[in-house]
Design a protein around this ligand. Structure first.
Ligand code: IPE
Ligand code: IPE
Ligand code: MG
Length: 254
């Protein structure tokens, strides 16, 4: 649109983390089985990936299935596993073509052999891609993540490879999931609930949180852009004063 003023160069998050919530309610409102909502939600994943690529967001982490979601009714868990396997079979080629690196975080042992094989194959096929680092958190819990990091450090201490005094925040951070990415700058949760639900507990320490009433299958580019615009207007202080932040060159802030 030629008459519109050019948008100001907005601050773009390097890493976006998303809780994709509200699929079940989306289906229930239509008097359809919950799995229909999960299917509709799978389409929104592609909208979100396209949006990140278009805006130059480098990393996207999506919460697809929590440690606690295993406790849902058997037919819903079974339906989700089928959907997950289908997505792994159908989407990876296209993601690879678009330069997306796909990885998974979470407790993999709980998935079937077939799903685990597909996950490993997707990771291997896309490992050299760098347009977007897509991480799917599946069978993931923030508490599990912290526990597995503690366990790996404890194993090093027990083996005499590490002194307990050498454990600091940086070393701990290197053992939790997503260690090779900057921490999420922006967190989005759809579905109207304002909680973290055991997502990235360590990694979200200074992430900007954004919530919307929209259900995951309803999320579109306009809403994603609104989240980005609000993010751009926030002052991230990281415990400092506003005056200190204003005096700092932007790049030196986390
Ligand atoms: C999120 O949608 C997807 C998963 C947790 C697998 P929900 O299934 O939680 O949908 P609501 O919150 O019940 O509407
Ligand atoms: C969080 O949603 C997990 C995922 C979106 C994968 P839930 O629906 O499981 O969260 P609660 O139960 O409302 O906290
Ligand atoms: Mg939910």
């Amino acid at each position: 649109m030629p008459n519109e003023p050019a948008p100001s160069p907005a601050r773009i998050p390097r890493h976006l983390a998303v809780i994709m919530d509200g699929n079940g309610r989306w289906a229930e409102r239509r008097r359809r089985p919950r799995i229909i909502g999960h299917r509709a939600g799978a389409r929104t994943v592609n909208i979100c990936i396209d949006f990140c690529i278009a805006r130059g967001i480098q990393a996207l982490t999506l919460f697809a299935f929590s440690s606690e979601n295993w406790g849902r009714p058997e037919d819903e868990v079974g339906g989700l596993m089928k959907l997950f396997l289908n997505a792994l079979e159908r989407e990876v080629e296209e993601l690879d073509r678009r330069g997306v690196r796909v990885r998974f975080i979470g407790e993999r042992d709980r998935f079937s052999d077939k799903i685990r094989e597909r996950m490993a194959a997707a990771e291997a096929q896309t490992r050299t891609n760098a347009t977007l680092h897509l991480t799917i958190a599946a069978s993931y819990g923030g508490r599990w993540d912290i526990v597995q990091a503690a366990r790996s450090l404890a194993a090093d201490v027990a083996a005499g490879r590490l002194a307990p005094e050498a454990i600091d925040e940086a070393l701990f951070a290197s053992r939790v999931s997503l260690a090779d990415l900057p921490p999420p700058d922006l967190f989005i949760r759809t579905g109207g609930d304002t909680r973290i639900s055991n997502f990235l507990l360590w990694q979200l320490a200074y992430t900007e949180l954004w919530f919307t009433e929209a259900l995951w299958p309803e999320l579109d580019e306009t809403m994603l852009q609104r989240a980005l615009d609000e993010f751009g207007g926030r002052e991230r202080r990281f415990g400092l004063t506003g005056a200190q932040i204003a005096a700092q060159p932007k790049e030196t802030v986390e």
